[in-house]
Write a protein that binds this ligand. Structure first.
Ligand code: ADP
Ligand code: ZN
Ligand code: ZN
Length: 803
């Protein structure tokens, strides 16, 4: 019998340890365990989740100290070799715990609670001891095999495809198999039960209710709600035989509607040249990164589709990333209409169970294309031929929690692993990417014309200061009102865009000027009309709208500012006949809401689509001829060195929604600062002059892409402690980094208090600093060993998207 040791990374980031621990593999699992399997191992007083990252035959741990793995959770590894390597790289690249890097690659179902089941396929060769476990069932619990010591045999059966291992996600509302209650059909049994439970009032109540619902199958929640009893009452009634639990399967299909098939289009010359360059890299099996810079409507997506077709012809797989869930309905539809059942989707709008199902489809090779948001970059494909990031400049590609990775970096890492190309596509590439393309690090491909040879929309600027001078106090300029009127008359469609950040409504006292603030954060609360509540968008705190000022007790308190709801009301005042669809956080809460709204708009059920950031990108509707930007300024004044870049990108993106097909488009941008270069240049939608101008400013103030920045933040509940440790941190960094590095700080963070914690930061600017990562790792080690006990929390971000 061989002696086997597994190296396990355990989920104990709360203990702040970050190295593999050795565990003995129990003899019956020696032939089962593999690297990349999940296990349960004893750690301190508990059993914790762990990942097997190495298998060996020797250990330095003395035998009397060596513990055994308690349980094996996977028959087949959930993490491939590639992923284990990628986790090591991620850990270094982003300075995170290895466990965080491992977990980010898995759907949450495999991190959280789930139950594993074994499904029987029809096969006469199933050995008899296994048949005993199944009995007459098609499914058995994984644990039964473990208890019977049959794991090695089970593994063989999986390999021979006689059984399948599946996970049942037990999260409420997202279950694949749900527990239902079937009420007995015979009234006699119920009547008998009623007699027996004479004194149990609640039970009687339920039984009486059941008598009206004989033979029905309902969820336990629904029964309890309708009968007005608790679940324990239901259970005792079930014990009496009046009803029984049954399992019902729910098919989780994230695609809500059928799509018709489309054929590849005849490419324009520019598209053809781009596709050709990408094809050459694919044929040469070359890890090459392309920056596809194409104006809005230039047909980038068609290039992606045809490149992916080539990948599929080669028998390989493709990952297509889109920045936001709201983009996925239209994008997925385009992909599904080209590649049919080959496509999986992955984004935050799916339930836990759906995400797991999509992940499984990818892992088992049932699909070969995935369209998804950031985390889809970890799709468990094993033969990738192409990775695409559409709208590559978007900040959603950067994760803001540990591991703080950028999907673009992961894409490039994977492309090197698989020797395949990456396409970064955008009408307004991030400055970093364009600079790299100019240097030749990326290969630049340009689409300068719109695919259908439409001209770019004409952009007009409305100077809102001028409007005010002329006595127009409404939120619409005269020209925008006129433009809307004309569209309504011509029955053409419009998009009105409200830059929500910093623009939402707050409650203000007109006597003393107090703005109602979150008690936990230095942020004003946002007014939500539908619920009549004030909410903190950072910590989730909410309260009812106060009737009197908390500061001066005045009752002259009211909400200010412009949320989408307010805009909607204004539109109806001006144009009672207009049909408006609003798309914002409030109207897209329920599942599938994005799809529904966009589908309704596509079918012409509304004249105006009104929304926030969500509608800025990706929409492709032929009938849109007007785009109105209600306030271009809000994103311009954020305290962030990328504010101008973001504003330019946003304006160009929204403008690009207009006139994409045969009708010409018009854009009206309302602003209080028409002279700002980001707005002037957005008017001509000319990327390169903007790039040159912005690069000049970045160089002058030593910001990226000329310099790299890293951000270290700390927080504490006590302001003095936070300040003291911020000072220590800054001194320590100055003492340990070379004097080529600029350390700015400590300063208070842009939100100085969040969730009752005071926040300070140091910004590190550098060109070359080989020591940076080791130094930051030492800083973190010091923090984990000591500072954390003082109640300090620290985060390190090597590529902060805002500072
Ligand atoms: P982008 O992704 O660059 O914004 P799209 O791929 O959405 O552009 O293309 C804009 C419109 O042009 C779409 O309606 C698309 O179907 C159409 N289109 C793209 N390429 C072609 C082509 N080669 N021939 C005809 N129509 C095209
Ligand atoms: Zn007041
Ligand atoms: Zn708050």
């Amino acid at each position: 019998m061989s002696f086997l040791i597994a190296e396990v990374i355990v989920d104990v980031s709360t203990y702040h340890v970050d190295r593999p621990f050795d565990y003995q593999v129990p003899p019956e699992w020696v032939n089962v365990i593999e690297m990349g399997c999940r296990v349960k191992v004893p750690f301190g007083p508990r059993n914790v989740l762990g990942f097997v990252v190495g298998i060996k035959t020797e250990t330095d741990v003395p035998l009397n100290k060596l513990k055994s793995i308690a349980q094996i959770l996977d028959m087949e590894p959930v993490l491939t070799d590639e992923m284990l390597q990628m986790a090591k790289w991620l850990k270094n690249q982003t300075i995170c715990y290895e466990i965080d890097a491992l977990q980010v690659m898995l759907p949450s179902a495999l991190r959280a609670k789930y139950e594993k089941i074994v499904k029987l396929h029809e096969d006469p060769n199933i050995p008899s001891e296994v048949q005993v476990i199944f009995g007459k069932r098609q499914k058995a619990n994984f644990k039964e095999f473990e208890r019977a010591g049959l794991l090695p045999l089970l593994k063989q059966l999986v390999a021979q495809n006689m059984v399948t291992i599946d996970h049942v996600v037990k999260q409420q509302g997202h279950v694949k198999e749900i527990r239902m209650v079937k009420i007995i059909e015979k009234p006699s049994i119920i009547e008998k039960a009623i007699e027996q439970s004479a004194r149990a009032v609640k039970q009687r109540l339920l039984l009486e209710w059941m008598r009206q619902h004989l033979g029905e199958v309902l969820s336990p929640q629904q029964i309890c709600e309708e009968a007005g009893v608790s679940s324990s009452v239901l259970e005792s009634v079930i014990d009496k035989g009046a009803a029984q639990f049954i399992q019902e399967e729910v098919y989780r299909d994230p695609f809500t509607k059928e799509v018709s098939r489309t054929q590849a289009l005849q490419l324009t010359d520019e598209q053809q040249i781009a596709l050709q360059a990408i094809t050459v890299a694919m044929e040469k099996q070359q890890a090459q990164t392309f920056l596809l810079h194409g104006v809005t409507g230039s047909g980038k997506t068609e290039v992606y589709l045809q490149a992916i077709q080539k990948v599929l012809n080669e028998g390989k797989e493709a990952i297509m990333l889109v920045p936001e869930i709201s983009l996925t309905p239209q994008m997925t539809e385009r992909f599904r209409s080209r590649f049919g059942e080959m496509v999986a989707v992955m984004h935050s709008g799916l339930s836990v169970g759906e995400k797991y199902d999509e992940w499984r489809k990818i892992q088992q090779g049932k699909v070969r294309v995935v369209v998804g948001a950031r985390s889809a970059i970890f799709a468990p494909f094993t033969n990738i031929g192409l990775i695409i990031l559409d709208e590559e400049h978007e900040s959603t590609y950067k994760q803001e929690d540990s591991p703080r990775y950028h999907a673009r970096d992961v894409a490039i890492w994977r492309s090197e692993y698989y020797n395949c190309p990456v396409i970064l596509g955008s009408a307004t590439p991030g400055l970093e990417s364009f600079a790299r393309a100019k240097k030749g690090v990326y290969t630049l491909l340009s689409l300068k014309l719109r695919a259908l040879h439409q001209s770019l929309p004409t952009v007009f600027i409305s100077d809102m200061r001028e409007e005010l001078r002329q006595g127009n106090r409404s939120m619409f300029s005269q020209s925008l009102i006129e433009a809307i009127r004309v569209r309504l008359e011509k029955k053409e469609q419009m998009v009105l865009f409200l830059n929500r950040r910093g623009y939402s409504s707050f409650v203000l006292c007109r006597d003393c000027g107090t703005v109602v603030q979150c008690p936990n954060c230095d942020i004003s609360l946002t007014y939500h009309r539908t619920t009549e509540k004030l909410k903190c968008h950072y910590c989730g705190y909410e309260e009812h709208v106060p009737q009197i000022c908390p500061q001066c007790q005045s009752d002259h308190i009211r909400y200010f500012g412009t949320g989408t709801q307010k805009v909607e009301e204004e539109i109806y005042k001006l144009f009672p006949e207009a049909r408006v669809l609003r798309m914002d956080v409030d109207t897209t809460k329920h599942k599938g809401a994005h799809e529904e709204i966009l589908a309704a708009f596509g079918e012409g059920q509304a004249d105006i689509l009104l929304g926030t950031q969500m509608i800025a990108k990706g929409l492709d509707f032929p009938n849109i001829t007007l785009v109105g930007v209600l306030s271009a300024d809000t994103s311009l004044h954020l305290p962030d060195y990328r504010a101008a870049e973001r504003t330019f990108q946003l304006l160009t993106q929204v403008s690009g929604r207009a006139g994409r097909h045969d009708k010409p488009g018009e854009v009206i941008i309302q602003t209080y600062t028409p002279e700002h270069y980001a707005i002037e240049l957005a008017k001509t939608q000319d990327y390169e002059p903007f790039y040159e101008r912005e690069m000049f400013l970045r160089r002058r103030s030593s910001y990226p892409p000329y310099y790299y920045v890293a951000l270290v933040q700390i927080s504490h509940e006590d302001v003095m402690m936070a300040a003291e440790y911020a000072g220590r941190m800054a001194d320590w960094l100055r003492g340990n980094l070379s004097n080529q590095v600029a350390i700015i700080g400590p300063t208070t963070a842009s939100i100085a208090r969040l969730q009752n914690r005071y926040r300070y930061q140091c910004l590190i600017k550098y060109k070359i600093e080989p020591n940076l990562i080791p130094v930051l790792q030492r800083l973190l080690a010091m923090y984990r060993a000591d500072w954390i006990k003082q109640g300090i929390l620290m985060t390190v971000d090597l590529d902060p998207s805002t500072i």
